[in-house]
Ligand binder design. Sequence first.
Ligand code: UD1
Length: 416
Amino acid sequence: MSEIVVRSQKPLFGSVRISGAKNAALPILAATLLSSSPSLLHDIPPLSDVANMLEILRNLGCVIATLPDGSVEITAEHILSREATFEQTGRLRASFLVAGPLLARFHKCRIALPGGCKIGTRPVDLHLKGFSALGATVAIRHGYVEAECTGLAGASIYLDFPSVGATENIMMAACLATGQTVIENAAVEPEIADLATFLNRMGAQVRGAGTDTIKINGVHSLSGAEHTIIPDRIEAGTYMVAAAITGGRVQVENIVPEHIKPLAAKMREMGVQIQETATTALIEAGEELFPTDIKTLPFPGFPTDMQSQLCALMTRANGTGIITETVFENRFMYVEELKRMGADITIEGRAAVVKGRRPLMGTKVLATDLRAGAALVLAGLAAEGETRILQPEHIFRGYAALPEKLKALGADICVL
Ligand code: UD1
């Protein structure tokens, strides 16, 4: 698989079902390590990031069965290893989420510093501070994080920044610590609440997930649980933009309206009509697209993971908009690629100034990371001629069956 080719300038019509959320599935897969009995997970999205996480769990000793409906059963009874190598963790940053569960249940882990999208330095210092506060000895040696303890003890932890991964890792570790852990300035993303729901089904006592103060009363042991992953709000947002950028009308199914609110508000401001029910959103392009300004922030602010896709939409607006990225320091790499398609975008520090209405023309472009790739597919849907997106494997890290889903909506798209 080396290229995605997008050829259409046609409006998209129809309906699309959103898969389970990658960013909820990955921590929940890691959390299955906390128990020796089986967990059954539904709506695990078929993504390469998920396959890589399953591979890491298998290497640790988990027994994994994929059922015909795509559900996954994981049993972490005989965990033989406490280690994840760079060959395993280099492929996805979320691999570091096995550290908290391993430390909590086996009092030891050795995890290579993780990889993932190249969108900034992405340190793990907040995760490590949390583990230390819970009583672990933590060191970095030869590119590996080595952590051990005789047992974790509840603590009060204030995060300097509401990091999603650090909140998840500390929350999982604290489930088997003695006493109470309080995480303040915790991340409030919906995926944190979904992880807490799963942990509580396993028998954990986690309260306040989804707010900035999470309290965890440690328990002696956890058992496996059954859980359905929440829908992917970023995948949903990407199809919402696909409908708008092509001037189409698309029903996005399996969504949680509350989760897409920050994006929906901005798209409405741009003149896109959005009608929601409890689980769907009907997206209809307006007569005209108006420019807007966005600033990425932790939830419920505008999601950094939708920044590049909204930029693609802003290239079609009838004026100038400004995008300010505050979460990651290097998340404008896709801009050079959009410019090669004809977009007029200037980067000024952490901001991108997008002048709309310049004609987009298809050409060869490079998917530098997952969401960058999504933005280029969206731009390709609105561009004249053929857009060839190289390194599409980045896109398949986070979008289940993207070419197939777009094709079903009428796009001329294929993978070569
Ligand atoms: C998660 C998401 C990712 C999303 C991001 C922000 C998953 C698997 N990935 O990533 O798609 O873009 O949230 O919504 O859920 N930071 C530190 N020290 C740390 C941890 C983070 O400085 O120990 C910084 C990062 O460099 C970054 C910011 O905090 O600038 C946000 O990172 P974080 O919230 O941790 O994102 P991830 O969990 O990596």
